[in-house]
Write a protein that binds this ligand. Structure first.
Ligand code: IPE
Ligand code: IPE
Ligand code: MG
Length: 245
């Protein structure tokens, strides 16, 4: 379904990219500015996620991939990590309840085995019960690392070669994509990172080869619909050449 975003100029209507990815960064700084604990920043960030995911749906975005917890985020205090996990749990419980109303398909990218059995079960349930929906897909990156994803893909392919199921020569860029968490999902056209940091922090290393990056100064809990409009407008101002002329 083609839905359209705000205008770039008075006369132009801009289609949303099919696949938008967001590095939801800046929760800690948002809390610090207010003299609040970091967990309060994550709670506010979770609210923003709900809002922006809804907005993406009204814009007709087909895939929304969000970086929620990286393979490196375990370095944080036990208190902060467990606060984030609790927010995730609450969100998933709510998503499961609203499933029939929202029709959002959920996928989880990352090594879920390090999460609590309870969270793993909720992720599995959300993925299973939402697999019947095809309008919009939210890819939740949890204990996700782009390097980890690639190494896992290499291992999975190597074991097929070792068992004689296929030969090393069969590997192509397209086929390798099937060994990643994102198998079957088109690469994101647009990756947004709020909070002022200008790096990928191990997000979608393979899939972002030709993505347009939009870095914004706003902290994630303050990110609003108009910021997404602005990022999409910026995306439309880019000249995507894919190595051509
Ligand atoms: C992003 O916000 C959320 C996670 C990484 C889980 P941060 O917690 O990184 O916020 P800042 O970057 O410290 O402000
Ligand atoms: C990236 O943000 C991970 C998530 C937003 C989930 P970080 O805050 O962890 O990244 P760095 O440490 O600034 O690179
Ligand atoms: Mg950060």
């Amino acid at each position: 379904m083609a839905l359209f975003n705000k205008k770039k100029t008075e006369n132009e209507i801009l289609p949303s990219p099919k696949h938008i990815a967001i590095i939801m960064d800046g929760n800690g700084r948002w809390a610090k500015k207010r003299g609040l604990p970091r967990t309060a920043g994550h709670a506010a960030g979770a609210e923003t996620f709900r809002r922006i995911a809804n907005y993406c749906r009204t814009l007709g975005v087909e895939y929304l991939t969000v970086y929620a917890f990286s393979t490196e985020n375990w370095k944080r205090s036990e208190e902060e990590v467990s606060g984030i996990m609790k927010l995730l749990k609450n969100y998933l419980l709510e998503a499961l309840q609203d499933m029939e109303k929202n029709h959002v398909r959920f996928k989880f990218f990352g090594d879920l085995s390090r999460l609590s059995p309870e969270l793993q079960e909720l992720c599995r349930k959300a993925e299973m019960t939402s697999s019947q929906y095809h309008e919009v897909q939210v890819n939740f990156c949890l204990n996700y690392g782009g390097r980890d994803e690639i190494v896992r893909g290499v291992k999975a392919f190597a074991s097929k070669v070792a068992s004689g199921e296929c030969s090393a020569e069969d590997l192509t860029e397209e086929r390798f994509g099937d060994y990643l968490y994102s198998a079957g999902v088109p690469d994101p056209e647009l990756i947004i990172r709020p909070s002022g940091e200008m790096r990928t922090s191990n997000f979608l290393l393979w899939q972002s080869a030709y993505s347009e990056f939009v870095f914004m100064d706003v902290l994630w809990p303050d990110f609003r619909e108009k910021d997404l409009d602005e990022a999409i407008a910026e995306y439309h101002r880019r000249n995507r050449r894919f190595g051509g002329v």
